[in-house]
Design a protein around this ligand. Structure first.
Ligand SMILES: C[S@@+](CC[C@H](N)C(=O)[O-])C[C@H]1O[C@@H](n2cnc3c(N)ncnc32)[C@H](O)[C@@H]1O
Length: 354
């Protein structure tokens, strides 16, 4: 199926809330790590014009094609890259795109991937069990389903799907091998669990688990979050939307940790970690979609938005004017201390290539 024809079917989630949390301003520079169909990117580019710039990243080459068509009017101010956001700093160095005013991650999959890609993300459409975001990845969901041991499969389904019936499901899968398609797998899971009991289809959690495993979703999220700190200018915003508790836990822990001045275990008499805060939480509680948005776009119901602002940490505050090459603090187009950012950039480059 031609995915470009499906552009209107992916409705971006929490658009106004994202623009507000990112504090999008004319002339600002933003990174959308999860470009998808380009819905959020279009809204950011519109709000940041004149002069705004956007670096859009997506691991899925089909998403890049769709977003490129959608963002044609902004081709002069957007750079769209088919890459994994786990390589965020490398991408930004390569394209000289930092520091930035804001970074967005809208995690998971787009409706286009779930419904129209034929890549096996959904049990509602029969398709080969692939589930790779990028064709360059080697391991498919079928490889995992048909090769790993029963115990490993049960562990994966429990850890990444938070599925209580993981052992029964793994046992049935191993007995039914080889399993090659989504419907074959969904039927096997239904047999294992005795069919639908609650609101969720019995295959929902196992499909989530496989998708997470195939695409190393949690590892890549952790890797990307860590890289955002050095890319954000002071007062720059980090905004993340997650769709399930495993993702949200990682985002919550990361933002909490980076907004604290000490991360020693509770009860430690004096601080030994020397950790200093680089972020300030913007919304202490998550922002969720309104009932109206959920009615219009049921996919948004599980969305949770968390946001934080980059602050100078203790080390950065103590860098002297001499160290900065004699320049003093100036505020220019939303940037504070551009000279300090240049210094950070040097540190950052030597860390990467040194
Ligand atoms: C929920 S969709 C984003 C939708 C987008 N915000 C919009 O408005 O159309 C998530 C996108 O992130 C991409 N993605 C997921 N994990 C990724 C990763 N590790 N690196 C790059 N892109 C990723 C998916 O391919 C998908 O297109």
């Amino acid at each position: 199926m031609n995915l470009t024809m499906l552009i209107p079917t992916h409705i971006p989630v929490l658009v106004n809330e994202i623009l507000e949390a990112l504090a999008v301003q004319p002339g600002g520079r933003y990174i959308d790590c999860t470009l998808g169909a380009g819905g959020h990117a279009a809204a950011i580019l519109e709000r940041s014009s004149p002069g705004g710039q956007l670096l859009g990243i997506d691991a899925d080459p089909e998403a890049i094609k769709i977003a490129r068509a959608r963002l044609e009017a902004y081709s002069g101010s957007s750079l769209l890259i088919n890459e994994n956001f786990a390589n965020l700093q490398t991408i930004c160095i390569k394209y000289d795109f930092f520091p930035v005013h804001g970074i967005l991650l809208d995690l998971g999959l787009s409706s286009l991937q779930l419904n129209g890609s034929g890549r096996g993300f959904s049990f509602q459409h029969d398709a080969p069990l692939d589930m790779r975001l990028s064709p360059n990845q080697e391991v498919t969901a079928a490889d995992i389903i048909n090769t790993v041991s029963e115990a490993e499969l049960a562990h994966l389904i429990r850890e990444y799907g938070e599925e209580g019936h993981s052992w029964q499901i793994a046992h049935h899968i191993v007995n039914q091998r080889p399993i090659k398609t989504t419907l074959q797998l969904a039927q096997t899971i239904e047999q294992a669990t005795g069919g639908r009991r609650g609101r969720l289809h019995p295959a929902t959690k196992t499909f989530q688990a496989l998708r997470i495993a195939v695409n190393h979703e949690l590892e890549h999220l952790e890797a990307a979050l860590k890289q955002t700190i050095d890319l954000l200018g002071f007062e720059g915003r980090l905004v993340v939307i997650s769709y399930h508790s495993l993702e949200d836990r990682i985002v919550k822990q990361f933002m909490r940790q980076e907004s604290r001045n000490c991360i020693c275990p509770p009860g430690t008499p004096t601080c030994v970690c020397r950790h200093t805060a680089s972020l300030r939480l913007i919304n202490k509680k998550v922002t969720s979609p309104s009932l109206t948005e959920i009615q219009l776009n049921p996919r948004s119901r599980s969305a949770k938005l968390r946001a934080a602002e980059r602050i100078a940490n203790q080390d950065e505050l103590h860098i002297t004017v001499e160290e900065l090459g004699g320049s003093t603090e100036i505020k220019d187009n939303g940037w504070r201390r551009p000279a300090l950012l240049k210094k950070l950039r040097r540190t950052f480059l030597s860390a990467q290539f040194g």
